[in-house]
Design a protein. Sequence first.
Length: 92
Amino acid sequence: IQVTVIKPCPHMKYEEMGMIVWKWGVLCIKEIAKDSIFKHTVLKEADHIISINDIVCEKMTPEDFAHVLSELPKEVHILIRRGRQRWSGKFG
């Protein structure tokens, strides 16, 4: 799944965007705040982040992700992978 978000202000920092990521084997979304610019997207908690603006996140730490996200000028493209639920077979 690919999500594109336009930053309302090009100088917006990671903390102001309202999304927290963490390393849980792979880089994952831990939380999306209620006032986040990502709130009205298809992103969900526990989604695995594959890349951000074509930068592969395989070996990236949450701090690296925060730095990259803060430095992007306007458009943010996030590519995620959502796993299937174990019992129902539905996605996330």
